[in-house]
Design a protein around this ligand. Structure first.
Ligand code: ADP
Ligand code: ASP
Ligand code: MG
Length: 402
């Protein structure tokens, strides 16, 4: 029998009424002859609420306890959805991450899935039950509860689809699929029928939060057919696929915006070998992902070193930088949390020149100052002031896609 993994995000399970709607959808798939494993997120806003509670106690909460706390959001929704399914006559069973043993490494708050024991899931499916699994959470080898990072239920779903060898992984959300840009920012955004794994990795890593980046990396690695679609319509959404020839005709397939990074600048550090290693080594050891880095050399032998990290990690990164300050002889530190990273993405950039120049022209016309730039084979990103983010997205979408 065909096996479907369906994932429902926070807005799809935001109320009892919506959970009942999801139950009806799941039961319909089961009636249509599919085996169904469902992954759910916490109710919309719940993870933020739990994080805020921890922060009322400590600015940098202990990471193990924070994971125990924020994993509870998904415990509520697996139970409620299973209850709703049973209520309409569909046998169901809920499992938390540790119960089916979704084993992860021990990087609290951003753990990576290492293995999933499918035994209990397969047994439950054989008895005709729908299996409802808590997204976003796992357990490390010492039985500590871990979480996978914001948006991590997507990764739980795709990883389950990979380990169970599912026929498809459906990601249900509050949008009809992957759009050319965030449809909430740009009303002209168009739904893409398909998007390549590589483009989606770039879009996800640059802020298109409709899919969490690791879920796309998993999907690519294990060739999981992923279908992103809306909980609230029956319309076909967007399929993640291998790149094909038709795709390189399109220069830019998406514009993304990320308002979740912060910029840290070390002022006037001596321009000498080993400095970057001294600074970024401890940051990496703390599992903080540094995104962009720029270094401006000045004439007096010192440089300003600027880099970006996820906003959620910037206090932690700052503490590390402050500790390193005497050793690197910096004259000071500046932090800016009011930034946005805007990116244009498209496999067509591999074979066409001029995208960067056009992007800078568009921003210049809008009088938007560029603070940092980075490029990859199929992406160009700039950091600008957060207040201009939406204007930049609309202008770039208009210039490249419309
Ligand atoms: P869920 O709670 O279902 O996981 P998310 O809020 O994580 O949903 O992701 C869906 C949101 O992603 C949409 O509401 C939309 O605002 C945003 N988004 C950003 N970029 C895009 C894009 N290119 N296509 C579709 N949605 C996007
Ligand atoms: N509940 C988690 C979050 O808000 C995981 C998810 O929704 O995917 O980030
Ligand atoms: Mg999400």
């Amino acid at each position: 029998m065909a096996l479907l993994v369906q994932k429902y995000g926070g807005t799809s399970v935001a109320s009892i009424e919506r959970i009942k709607q999801v139950a009806a959808k799941v039961a319909a798939a089961k009636r249509a002859g599919k085996d169904v494993v469902v992954v759910v997120s916490a109710m919309a806003g719940e993870t933020n609420r739990l994080i805020a509670l921890a922060q009322e106690i400590s600015k940098l909460p202990d990471e193990r306890e924070k994971d125990v706390l924020i994993a509870t959001g998904e415990q509520v929704t697996v139970a409620l959805l299973s209850l709703a399914l049973k209520e309409i006559g569909q046998p169901a069973r809920s499992y938390l991450g540790h119960q089916v043993r979704i084993e992860t490494d021990n990087a609290y708050g951003k753990a990576c899935i290492l293995s999933i024991d499918s035994t209990k899931i397969v047994e439950a499916l054989k008895t005709g039950e729908v299996v409802v699994i808590a997204g976003f959470q796992g357990v490390d080898e010492n039985d500590n509860i871990t979480t996978l990072g914001r948006g991590g239920s997507d990764t739980s779903a795709v990883a389950l689809a990979a380990f169970l060898n599912a026929d498809a992984c459906e990601i249900y959300s509050d949008v009809e699929g992957v759009f050319t840009t965030d449809p909430r920012i740009c009303p002209d955004a168009r739904k893409l029928a398909k998007v390549s794994y590589d483009e989606m990795i770039e879009l996800a890593s640059t802020g298109a939060k409709v899919l969490e980046i690791r879920s796309v990396e998993f999907a690519k690695k294990f060739a999981v057919p992923v279908h992103v679609r809306s909980t609230f319509t029956e319309l076909e959404g967007t399929w993640l696929v291998e790149e094909d020839d038709s795709m390189s005709d399109v220069l830019v397939s998406g514009v993304a915006c990320d308002k979740n990074e912060a910029k840290i600048t070390l002022l006037r550090v001596p321009d000498r070998p080993g400095l970057a290693a001294q600074l970024f080594g401890p940051i990496a050891d703390a599992h903080i992902v540094v995104d962009m880095i720029i270094q401006n050399a000045s004439e007096d032998g010192t440089t300003d070193m600027t880099f970006t990290v996820p906003k959620a990690d910037h206090q932690k990164a700052l503490a590390i930088v402050e500790r390193a300050l005497p050793a690197v002889h910096a004259k000071g530190i500046k932090v800016d949390t009011e930034i946005a990273k805007i990116s244009v993405v498209g496999v067509g950039m591999r074979t066409h020149a001029g995208v960067a120049a056009k992007m800078f022209e568009v921003l210049a016309r809008e009088q938007i100052n560029i603070q940092m730039i980075s490029t990859s084979e199929i992406k160009i990103s700039v950091v600008i002031a957060a207040q201009h983010a939406d204007q930049a997205v609309r202008a770039l979408h208009d210039a490249f896609i419309r």
